[in-house]
Design a protein around this ligand. Structure first.
Ligand SMILES: [Zn+2]
Ligand SMILES: [Zn+2]
Length: 765
């Protein structure tokens, strides 16, 4: 005889609740509380629960649900509905998933690094998954990169090619097992296999291919290794020869390579690691962190040439750990395998075709990658985390906002370091890193990633937002998508998008934004990049209230590649430019004849573009100091300048010269030019940073006071620069104003899609 009246409740849960062991968790809570019914995944990435039991038991269950959720789950909404009718269930069961898609805004989790339990089993000779490279459980393993469609069931992932053996199935169906309903469960008998091939793809029979690859790497061979979200190209970190070779074949003469260290202890032998950095390195996200090289840095200088820091991550799969087993190497180079201007390589055939000439061997596995995903890159400014690239471990988990957007918007980002963003209610879903969208491959990748994100989140997009630049590939794609789907199109000025991102991230209604980077198309069609914007949520949006002095780029884009041209433009008629250029003629690809053309153009004012870019000023300083004469990767001269400045001091103590809302940069460059032999490069490089940061801060403070605004923010790619950021912060806070930087999205163009989307979703259009 029942003492209590029995109730029936249906519960819908949205958030990150699939692929995180949520149903097993619900199962255990229901059984513990003596409830009957079912739990199942839904096609909208949410979870549906039906429970029958007494009021008291149900209340206890709901309490458990709120308080004890599995660590990787993220609950957004719990919607309960009381049902009529009699009880019909004999027990509590995990049901087959339904394909219903009703509620928007849930999503599947990012890929998760190997957990400690799996790592222990990997090393336990008695465990059935001893030394199995693809050991995973409900708490770890790939998620985002294996899902083809929802709900998150094995048959909807690239694990569908590997039917479970009896042993794995027993674990999968045992409610008390850690692998109960783990979709990636696999073992050496039934799961993916790893194999070694030559550069041509010919199989090399080896009983222990992973550790063989570790040995080959330590001997200096270059090997492509298939991971969760794509291929890495790996080699030794202690020898120069393979790095010289790799740089040559990859046409990457200077761009830093990321490395994977065997352990945190190993990292500490060559880099400085703060407590916070150590924690993040070892977290389940396992990002690449830019760490300062230590005094005794002993790895090859060819890994991150002329930079004070090096990008380091820790192993995040069983395979990665095993690479280090038979060698003493502290770390291996582990750089994303992507041909120039192409997305990271993810398919075996594609790898053979595009990497065969670069590498000596391949370490393949036979599980397909559904969606590519590059590693994330982070830097710490003192105690603040700065995203250089937000990708694996973060995408597609949403950024939670304080307010709900007025409409659902897809932001397509800019041309470089692209990402896409879906803004839905109070959630912003940012895609994995897409790359530089300059050709059909990356355009297709962006389009696929955007559509996949829309499907995953069950979003009904109404508006598509893109850059103002009329010729960007991303602008064209936005036009196409708007026409195809009947979406409203919104074009957002580059720097406005950056500052808007900052406003919504911190929920401020008005701000004076300092936005500095290399290039953004201005509303006047000119090249902007050192801007002070007054932005408000309510009125027309933004006003450009001040900027850096406009400087000439001789030969347009060529000046971006060869900073000597910018320097010549700025110092023309102030110093004997001809003499100085001739002293540096080896840095012009066509030597003296090119210099004569540059001088002719200067004289006639031909083929010159004006820009207020902060990046180009930093480039010019780098060239004057002989730090960098050719930009072989984005941001190179400015990054090397910062690395030089890091040990310097403000020797020149230049006072900011401001005339009609413009910060002078000519006089500053001239001072540095004239004193280049008197002081050290480090001190002069630091002085340039101090001048720009203090000058921009001074301008922003003036504008904030004029307009009675209490907050100043710093955004744009230059906000990755620690000296600029911290100097600005000091100046602005000393003036009694609040200083904001990005916490959730990259200050560079990886955060642009989010900025565009929030303008479309929150601001008056
Ligand atoms: Zn695990
Ligand atoms: Zn198995």
């Amino acid at each position: 005889m029942k003492r209590w009246k029995s109730l029936r409740i249906k519960i819908n849960i949205t958030g990150i609740v699939q692929g995180v062991g949520f149903r097993p968790f619900i199962y255990r809570m229901a059984v513990k509380n003596g409830l009957k019914g079912y739990v199942r995944n839904r096609g909208d990435a949410g979870v549906e629960i039906l429970i029958e039991g007494t009021k008291n038991d149900i209340e206890n269950f709901l309490k458990d649900l709120r308080e004890k959720k599995s660590p990787l789950a993220q609950i957004h909404d719990i919607i309960t509905t009381k049902l009529e009718g009699k009880n019909e269930y004999e027990k509590f069961t995990i049901y087959k998933s339904s394909s219903e898609t009703e509620l928007p805004g849930s999503v599947i989790p990012p890929d998760i690094a190997i957990c400690n339990d799996c790592l222990r089993e990997l090393r336990d000779p008695k465990d059935p998954r001893y030394e199995y490279f693809f050991i995973t459980c409900t708490d770890c393993g790939p998620r985002f990169t294996i899902i083809e469609k929802l709900p998150y069931d094995r048959e909807n992932t690239t694990m569908q090619d590997f039917p479970m053996c009896d042993f794995c199935r027993t674990e999968y169906t045992d409610p008390l097992n850690r692998r109960f309903h783990a979709q990636t469960v696999a073992c050496p008998r039934c799961g993916p296999k790893v194999y070694l091939t030559t550069q041509k793809g010919e199989l090399i029979k080896h009983e222990d291919p992973i550790r063989e690859v570790g040995k080959l790497l330590s001997e200096g061979f270059v090997i492509a290794i298939k991971g969760y979200g794509g291929f890495h190209v790996a080699t030794s970190t202690t020898k120069d020869a393979p790095l010289i070779r790799l740089r040559k074949v990859k046409h990457r003469s200077e761009k830093p390579f990321a490395i994977m260290a065997r352990s945190l202890e190993a990292v500490k032998t060559f880099a400085e690691v703060s407590g916070k950095e150590a924690e993040l390195l070892a977290s389940y996200i396992r990002p690449i962190i830019l760490l300062n090289k230590s005094e005794g840095y002993y790895l090859s200088d060819l890994i991150a040439p002329a930079l004070h820091n090096v990008g380091v991550m820790l192993p995040y799969t069983g395979l990665h750990y095993m690479l280090f087993d038979k060698v003493d190497e502290p770390a291996f180079v582990m750089t994303s395998a992507n041909p120039p201007n192409q997305p990271i390589v993810k398919d075996n055939e594609e790898a053979l075709k595009t990497l065969g000439a670069t590498v000596d061997y391949f370490l393949f596995h036979n599980r397909q990658i559904a969606h590519r995903c590059d590693d994330s890159v982070i830097r710490m400014h003192d105690k603040d985390l700065v995203f250089i690239r937000r990708s694996r471990g973060y995408a597609p988990a949403p950024i939670m906002l304080k307010e709900k957007a007025k409409r659902c918007v897809a932001g397509l980002g800019g041309e470089l370091n692209n990402t896409a963003c879906i803004l839905l209610g109070n959630k912003a879903f940012i895609s994995q890193h897409i790359g530089d969208v300059e050709n059909i491959e990356t355009r297709d990748f962006l389009e696929d990633a955007t559509k996949h994100l829309i499907n995953l989140t069950n979003s009904k997009v109404e508006t598509v937002a893109c850059d103002l630049h009329p010729k960007f590939t991303t602008t064209n794609l936005a036009h196409d998508l708007a026409n195809e789907n009947g979406w409203q199109l919104v074009q957002v000025q580059h720097h406005y998008a950056h500052v808007a991102a900052l406003m919504v991230e911190h929920d401020v209604k008005e701000i004076v934004g300092i936005c500095c980077d290399g290039y953004g198309y201005g509303i006047d069609g000119e090249a902007w990049g050192g801007e002070i914007l007054l932005c408000t949520r309510e009125s027309s949006g933004f006003e450009r209230v001040a900027h850096l002095e406009k400087q000439p780029l001789i030969g347009g884009d060529l000046a971006t590649r060869y900073p000597l041209r910018t320097t010549a433009g700025i110092l023309y008629k102030k110093v004997n430019v001809e003499d100085w250029l001739l002293q540096n003629k080896e840095h012009f690809p066509h030597g003296e004849s090119e210099i004569q053309i540059v001088l002719h153009q200067l004289e006639k004012g031909h083929n010159i573009i004006g820009t207020t870019s902060c990046g180009r000023v930093l480039d010019a300083v780098a060239a004057v100091l002989g730090i960098c004469f050719e930009r072989t990767y984005e941001g190179e001269p400015a990054m090397k300048l910062e690395s030089t400045a890091i040990k310097g001091k403000d020797i020149l103590k230049l006072k900011p010269t401001i005339k009609s809302n413009t910060l002078d940069t000519t006089q500053m460059l001239l001072e540095i030019f004239e004193k280049r032999k008197k002081y050290s490069k480090a001190d002069l490089a630091y002085s340039a940073h101090a001048y720009l940061a203090q000058g921009l801060a001074k301008l922003a403070i003036e504008k904030a006071k004029e307009n009675n605004v209490k907050t100043i923010g710093f955004s744009g790619g230059a906000a990755c620069n620690e000296i600029l950021t911290l100097t600005m912060q000091k100046t602005i806070e000393a003036a009694g104003l609040q200083f904001l930087i990005h916490k959730a999205v990259p200050p560079g163009d990886g955060g642009l899609s989010f900025g565009q989307a929030v303008v479309g979703g929150f601001f008056q259009l």
